[in-house]
Design a protein around this ligand. Structure first.
Ligand SMILES: [Fe+2]
Length: 277
């Protein structure tokens, strides 16, 4: 009887096009029997919410390892502090770009697969994390638009995000961000599964070979579409919540909050398994 219970995933959708709340206990999640079903559900729903599950760092690492190939930070750190508070995160300046819609790791050969955030300290105001489903947004486009964008490629760069939060950077800062590199990515990602998703976000600079005005208008209209109400979920954190997202089929952003309030999320992530093609 116990075994049957441990193998059953209990969940409810949050919105029609995105999000799912998982009701299983921490023990059920950590036993590993639900991992395959959770992975399928993550790909379908984009975001999984584990209300007040209260993962310790060790439990979060263990759970992340069940959901894919664990990906530590570049310096080997397993769990990363997400906070705009420089007392909590030495690289908080870089996180200012996270206030704008983006996919993690578009500069990498393979963007990260999935990420998990656990809430450790709430903000005094604001600080929701928002997600949008870029599979669902693509699938709901009309056929003419799908045909129009099917073969387009977009120049992406980390330095493009700099101008979102620092419109007049000094040359040293700009060069530092430019050193991260640039890449060209298809506007429509055809996944190994055959599903397609939109590749947009604050790193997107321009559509290759397109007039600049048309390019800006197209990227803006697709971003507006993909992040519109029916494809978007805004998570209001409660202490101990964990939220997992499929980084290959969603974009996300943090909503503004007091940078000095100590708001803290702990992040783990899995490696991406396919490049954007
Ligand atoms: Fe991010």
């Amino acid at each position: 009887m116990d075994i049957i219970e441990l193998n059953r995933l209990v969940h409810t959708p949050i919105k029609q096009n995105i999000g799912c709340t998982i009701h299983n206990t921490k023990e059920e999640l950590l036993c590993g029997n639900l991992s395959a079903d959770l992975q399928d559900l993550l790909e379908q729903r984009g975001v999984l919410v584990f209300p007040q599950i209260e993962f310790t760092d060790a439990e979060q690492v263990a759970f992340t390892k069940m959901m894919g190939q664990f990906l530590p930070e570049i310096d080997g750190e397993e769990v990363y502090n997400i906070s705009l508070d420089s007392k909590v995160n030495r690289k908080s300046e870089y996180l200012k770009g996270s206030l704008y819609w983006h996919i993690d790791g578009t500069m990498n050969k393979r963007p990260i697969g999935a990420a998990i955030l656990s809430s450790k300290k709430l903000p005094t105001w604001g600080g929701n994390t928002e997600f949008c489903n870029t599979y669902a947004a693509y699938e709901a486009l009309d056929d003419d638009t799908k045909r129009q964008i099917e073969h387009l490629h977009v120049a992406h760069s980390a330095w493009t995000t700099l101008f979102y939060y620092n419109p007049e950077p000094d040359q040293t800062k700009l060069k530092e961000m430019m050193a991260i590199g640039e890449t060209e990515l298809p506007l429509v990602w055809t996944h190994k599964s055959g599903r397609k998703s939109l590749v947009l976000g604050a790193t997107a600079h321009h559509v290759i070979g397109m007039n600049w005005t048309e390019s800006a208008s197209l990227l803006n209209s697709l971003r507006e579409w993909a992040t519109s109400e029916s494809f978007r979920y805004s998570h209001e954190w409660k202490l101990g919540d964990a939220v997992m997202w499929d980084n290959t089929g969603t974009m996300h952003r943090a909503m503004p909050y007091d940078p000095d309030c100590g708001r803290l999320l702990r992040r783990t992530k899995t490696a991406g398994v396919e490049p954007i093609i």
